[in-house]
Design a protein around this ligand. Sequence first.
Ligand SMILES: Nc1ncnc2c1ncn2[C@@H]1O[C@H](COP(=O)(O)OP(=O)(O)OP(=O)(O)O)[C@@H](O)[C@H]1O
Length: 212
Amino acid sequence: MLEARRIAFGYPGAPLLYRDFSLAVSPGERVQLAAPSGAGKTTLARILAGYERPRAGEVLVDGAPLPRRGACPVQLVGQHPEMTVDPRQRMDAMLAEAGATFEEEARLRELLGIQDRWLTRFPHELSGGELQRFCIARALAARPRYLIADEISTMLDAVTQARLWQALLAEADARDLGMVFVSHSPALSARIATRVVDLSGDRCGAPDAVRG
Ligand SMILES: Nc1ncnc2c1ncn2[C@@H]1O[C@H](COP(=O)(O)OP(=O)(O)OP(=O)(O)O)[C@@H](O)[C@H]1O
């Protein structure tokens, strides 16, 4: 179980985004974070994956805090892949660093439609959608228990987006992966979500405000 317990968070000098937010995600669940623009969905995604430390509260996986070192059981894929890669590192090296076996890496490349000719390129030599596939492969190679997907397919055309999610959902099912995702596409969200959590509800302090 991935748990955010009684989270309070605000950026320095700004009002709190959440005062007392709690969320529990089971393996296999796919939870959509819903809220208006600027309400703090991306920030919460970062907190869940350990990139931001809350002012109060904690993030736990099966009752234990996220590890400070080594592979994190919660992996985040964001909406700007170019900001999460080393611009001087070739894609084959980036994937190798993710720590998958040769067979597993090949399987993930096949799953995500990563072409061999992309491997010898640098990030700036790939489109946003191509680069995003590498970021998803890197996240899955870390064998996460939970994947946080923050508008990961916004930059893709409708057909590529549908293919990517089909692959990701098959993988999630096979691994019993829990997911928390943000998407501004109602059609995509309706297809993916097993539950919707409305973040705006929490701004009044209601724990785990749930609809659907
Ligand atoms: N690093 C930062 N420092 C200060 N304020 C920030 C920072 N990142 C985000 N914010 C502010 O925090 C609030 C929440 O931002 P966040 O990106 O989490 O919202 P969001 O719900 O994901 O928005 P959107 O749907 O537009 O992507 C916004 O008002 C934003 O301007």
